[in-house]
Design a protein around this ligand. Structure first.
Ligand code: GLU
Length: 426
């Protein structure tokens, strides 16, 4: 009980992600000399929907879950963003994630706005049947505000292609016709795109390669560690090691490991799939999360949740490059420390934009009734994300700021232009 209370206290000490997002916006607004009215419009979501979801559980009881869909801004195109299932979901977290999606689609220069959804639940302790019934009820609850030209959801933490298939089926049943473009990250058999499942990790690798070039880091001799060995983190590791860097540590919700000898990323994933965790991988030592983040590697990728890199951890980070596969892993205070210490951070809204870039390619294929090969998709992803990297790097050089501020200047700047040109209704 005492321990539980202490954990709650610790959780409460974590910064509010939406406040972090607003602070990042405030910094960008200063550089962009944004008019106060535009700044205010960009600091508030356009629409926030909270839904109650009654679900019949396997034991016959009915439980009511709370879900959200926050539509932040659609000045540049339809709302776009994933759906997260996690016990720690809060409205402020979903608001922050929807703001980051808005800047992310803008940095990637794809014609979307930003949104995010979430349900407070613990899918690890729910059967497939319970997850399906909860998902379908959520899809029905948000159906009035989503659609191929309105708002296009996708996977996020603890949701996957199967979850997307249930949402597609529920939405299409209610509409009366099959509408594959309402959702991305679908199974291939339902109009999903080749390359979408690995896109977040692959995109993050392309940005790491670009970051290594501008920082003169030799990838052939480099080492790296990944915090959070889920979809983004494990694909990042598998693809990055093919460019030369050696994986020296990883973590998941059950613990962190480091190793004195390089870890084969594919074998680590097989170990996690077999045992349920990266912990216990042959030849590795169990370490704390902080030890993993501060381990002696050249490249570090936080690929878990928000608030992973707080000021206290930031002080001891030894990596030269941080590639943020997660959304919002670094707080604004920690950012300042990393920048002062010369750590080159590839920020989330750039580093993990590969997921939504390939979502966009999936949506285009659905709307145009065409299909591209995996090589074509990966090539388009590489071109788009590398050009976004150079836009952000140029902005950071021009203003003499870190890459996060550079990315915010590019992302917020484009949205602000769109908002301004549209004018204020009525
Ligand atoms: N959830 C992913 C993200 O945070 C993907 C969103 C999408 O594809 O719409 O970027």
């Amino acid at each position: 009980m005492a321990q539980k209370y202490e954990m709650k206290q610790m959780e409460q000490a974590k910064p509010n992600p939406f406040e972090n997002a607003l602070e990042q916006l405030r910094i960008a607004a200063e550089y962009l000399k944004l008019d106060d009215g535009i700044h205010q419009m960009l600091a508030s979501p356009k629409r926030q929907l909270t839904v109650s979801l009654p679900v019949k559980m396997d034991n016959g009881e009915t439980r009511v879950f709370t879900g959200y869909r926050v539509q932040y801004n659609d000045a540049r195109g339809p709302f776009k963003g994933g759906i997260r299932y996690h016990p720690g979901v809060t409205l402020d977290e979903v608001k922050a994630l929807s703001a980051w999606m808005t800047w992310k689609t803008s940095v990637a220069n794809i014609p979307y706005g930003g949104a995010k959804g979430g349900i407070i639940c613990d899918p690890k302790h729910m059967s497939m049947g319970e997850q399906e019934r909860m998902t379908r009820r959520y899809a029905a609850a948000i159906a009035p505000i989503i659609g191929p030209y309105k708002d296009i959801p996708a996977p996020d933490v603890y949701t996957n292609a199967q979850t997307m298939a249930w949402i597609l089926d529920t939405y299409s049943t209610l509409e009366g016709f099959m509408s594959p473009a309402v959702i991305t990250g679908k199974p291939i058999s339902l109009g999903g795109s080749l390359g979408r499942d690995k896109a977040t990790g692959r995109g993050a690798v392309f940005t790491t390669v670009a970051a290594a070039k501008v920082n003169k880091v030799d990838l052939k001799k480099a080492t790296f560690a990944v915090q959070g060995y889920g979809n983004a983190g494990s694909n990042y590791a598998e693809i990055l090691q093919t460019y030369g860097p050696k994986l020296m540590g990883a973590s998941d919700s059950k613990g962190s490991i480091t190793s004195k000898t390089p870890i084969d990323a594919n074998k680590l994933l097989a170990h996690k799939e077999k045992t349920g965790s990266v912990v216990g991988f042959p030849g590795s030592q169990k370490v704390s999360d902080k030890e993993l983040l501060q381990s002696d590697v050249d490249i570090l990728s936080p690929a878990a949740l928000e608030n992973s890199i707080l000021p206290d951890t930031a002080k001891g980070i030894r990596a030269k490059i941080i590639t943020e596969c997660a959304n919002g892993p670094t707080t604004p205070e920690a950012d300042k420390i990393l920048h002062k210490n010369g750590v080159f951070v590839v920020p989330d809204i750039l580093a993990n934009s590969g997921g939504v870039i390939v979502s966009y390619l999936e949506w285009v294929q659905n709307l145009e009734r065409i299909s591209w090969t995996e090589v074509e998709v990966n090539d388009m992803l590489e071109k788009k994300i590398t050009s976004a990297f150079h836009d952000v790097h140029a902005a950071s050089q021009k203003h003499g700021v870190d890459m996060r501020t550079g990315a915010m200047i590019v992302g917020v700047g484009r949205v602000a232009d769109a908002v301004k040109t549209l004018g204020v209704f009525p």
